[in-house]
Design a protein around this ligand. Structure first.
Ligand SMILES: *Cc1c(COP(=O)(O)O)cnc(C)c1O
Length: 356
């Protein structure tokens, strides 16, 4: 049987906990909406998906994802417009990236249209969970993991795809301090850095904690070979503004996760005629620009935080303080515009939002 998205069975919960949520103080990623979507893969095909009450799942101790890491995820958001409509931001981009992650991890691909429709459907069922306050959204977490009950290393033959959602508040409440990492590596050439696969995040925890003990929120990752070129900031892409030009590490190497937020930032900047350079960005260039006062801005870009301004950059024994946030005209303007598109407060000239 193949998937029929017009006939997805929905089993509603008998006890919605919507009323128990403190809607004035939404944390990030700790509150879960009432339902989730589940779709299994077996016998070489996707089985009919179902929407069920959000609940724990039971897994066999030999579930291969737990042992060998065939596990990938996505993250995207839905927002409520002033008129009360719900918009999902660029789900097609997440669908495409999910396919890339699937390919890299030897997992079965979900067709783009199916992925987008399943996201739309799960948001539709829990539409009342989409918050309406500024800086709040419904975070959508699709993920896929190997479920073969087998001890042995080979691609699994069975998988489980789940989408759950979380009403969320702001990810960072303040500008972030980052440290340029010159020893540990997030991703190396030929590795899995371009895939949103679980192991990448597990591997980053120890180095990130070393940085946190020195007072930094996150690390700026450099290339695994020479540690000379900047790649990403924590789990966000990184963008600099030097002399009015947006500069960001190019994605040609497969060590950089291809972010939807960064791409959107660049597409807006391009439309506005802001000069953009996607190329190798050396640590030396950034430190020089800080020292000679031409570095106007540095920020992380990612779905969770949208744009996270960087306040301080630590490099070796020095900590550099970047220009005050309010002077960062370009990124402030882009962030506001992006927020307005996501929330339907300005015309969606790019055609980015999917109405639910
Ligand atoms: C998810 C992620 C990003 C940001 O991607 P968005 O699509 O903008 O959310 C950047 N870097 C890493 C390592 C990521 O996992």
């Amino acid at each position: 049987m193949s998937v029929d998205t017009t006939a997805i069975k929905v089993t509603k919960t008998n006890h919605s906990h919507w009323n128990e949520v403190d809607w004035d103080n939404l944390p990030f990623g700790k509150i879960f909406s009432d339902h989730m979507l589940v779709m299994d893969y077996a016998d070489g095909e996707w089985k009919q998906p179902e929407i069920v009450p959000f609940e724990a799942i039971s897994v066999h101790p030999a579930t291969s994802a737990l042992h060998y890491g065939q596990s990938i995820f996505e993250g995207l958001k839905a927002n409520r417009t002033p008129e009360g409509e719900v918009l999902v931001f660029r789900p097609d981009m997440n669908a495409k990236r999910f396919q890339e992650s699937c390919e890299r991890m030897c997992m079965p691909i979900i067709p783009e249209d199916l992925f987008v429709e399943l996201v739309r459907k799960v948001v539709e069922v829990d539409k009342k969970w989409v918050p309406s306050k500024e800086a709040e959204s419904l975070y959508i977490r699709p993920f896929l993991f190997a479920t073969d009950e087998f001890v042995g290393i080979r691609p699994s033959e069975t998988y489980k795809f789940i989408i759950f959602t979380c009403p969320v508040g702001a990810y960072y409440s303040e500008p972030v301090n980052v440290k340029i990492e010159e020893f540990y590596t997030r991703a190396s050439i030929g590795g899995v850095g371009r895939a949103k696969t679980a192991g990448n995040y597990g591997a980053s925890l120890f180095p990130a904690r070393q940085g946190q003990m020195k007072g930094f929120h996150q690390l700026v990752w450099t290339d695994g070979k020479e540690h000379k070129y900047i790649e990403e900031s924590g789990t966000m892409n990184i963008v600099f503004v030097i002399n009015g030009t947006l500069i960001t590490p190019s994605e040609e190497a497969d060590t950089i996760l291809r972010g939807v937020t960064k791409r959107s930032v660049l597409e807006i900047a391009e439309k506005w005629g802001v000069p953009i350079e996607e190329r190798k960005v050396s640590v030396e260039e950034i430190i020089t620009a800080i020292k000679n006062g031409t570095l106007e801005d540095a920020f992380g870009a990612g779905t969770a935080a949208t744009i996270a301004p960087i306040a301080k950059i630590g490099y070796r024994e020095e900590t550099f303080i970047l220009p005050p946030i309010e002077t960062r005209t370009i990124s402030n303007k882009i962030r506001n515009y992006l927020d307005d598109i996501k929330c339907g407060k300005t015309e969606d000239v790019f055609g980015w939002c999917l109405k639910v």
